[in-house]
Design a protein around this ligand. Structure first.
Ligand code: KIV
Ligand code: NA
Length: 268
């Protein structure tokens, strides 16, 4: 049976961290779910690790729908299918109208359980509209890869003013109806404070160990990233004999809260 939001909440209530991982096709999704991954993210990072672009900007909504379909086909064959989140690609959430349409396609054609979108106060009315229609939504704050052309890959929340803005935005997204939040490259102390203040799960990437769970890009943990893997990531293939075992090691370290450690911090 496919995981629901309530299953994730139960996992957290039991004191367990959520292990999230990106997946882009059926076999990746199947083996990640078989290895105990709680949440599969069909990330627009596929623009880089699958399509070979240098940013996520060229990824189309059609691309996202297609890869979500592949992931959900493989996921459905696992013993315990994971919860599946799909990214709204760059510009698909430029207006409330277009965001609703994009989310509809990701759920109806792709079979996603939840959609994720990047941004702070800008996305509040979009999240409200999605939530009112019964669409589960995940926010994404901190480093925003879709804004790279304007802001670069900039770590946020380092000074007091931007830390307060990030904290306020996290509360605003929850208030608007977000069901989950990803924090990318946020200082660990701030990520911990936000996690404590929110009632929804906060999933960290490069944001320290004190969040409700972790997410990484599959290609990074398997050491097959094109070019240099980010500092906050870790190659879990070392010492493992198979991809399934490497994903299992990632899940085990997230659950044991031994990943990430201080060597993976980027935002301090
Ligand atoms: O696209 C992606 O893979 C993501 C994660 C890095 C959070 O958004
Ligand atoms: Na993304």
């Amino acid at each position: 049976m496919r995981k629901r939001l309530s299953n994730l909440q139960k996992t957290l209530a039991d004191g367990e961290a959520l292990a999230c991982l990106t997946a882009y096709d059926a076999s990746q999704a199947y083996w990640a779910a078989q290895s105990g991954v709680d949440v599969l993210l069909v990330g627009d990072s596929l623009g880089m690790v699958v399509q070979g672009h240098s940013t996520t900007l060229p990824v189309s909504l059609d691309n996202m729908v297609y890869h979500t379909q592949l992931v959900q086909r493989g996921n459905a064959q696992a013993q315990h299918p994971a919860y599946c989140i799909a990214d709204l690609p760059f510009m698909s959430d430029a207006t409330i109208e277009s965001a609703l349409q994009a989310a509809g396609r990701l759920m109806k054609e792709g079979g996603a359980n939840m959609v994720k979108l990047e941004g702070a106060q800008r996305v509040v009315p979009i999240i409200r509209a999605l939530a009112q229609l019964g669409v589960p939504v995940c926010g994404h704050l901190g480093l925003l890869p879709q804004s790279v052309e304007k802001h670069g890959y900039k770590v946020q929340g380092k000074d007091a003013v931007s830390a307060q803005a990030l904290f306020d935005a996290a509360l605003a997204l929850q208030e608007a109806g977000a069901d989950m939040l990803v924090l990318e490259c946020v200082p660990a102390g701030l990520a911990q404070k936000i996690t404590a203040a929110l009632s929804i799960p906060v999933i960290g990437i490069g944001s320290g160990v004190h969040t409700s769970g972790q997410v990484l890009v599959l290609h990074d943990i398997l050491g097959v990233t094109l070019g240099k893997a980010p500092k906050f990531s870790k190659n879990f293939m070392f010492g493992q004999g198979s991809i399934q075992a490497a994903i299992g090691a990632y899940v085990a370290q997230v659950k044991a809260r031994t990943f990430p450690d201080s060597s993976h911090l980027v935002a301090e």
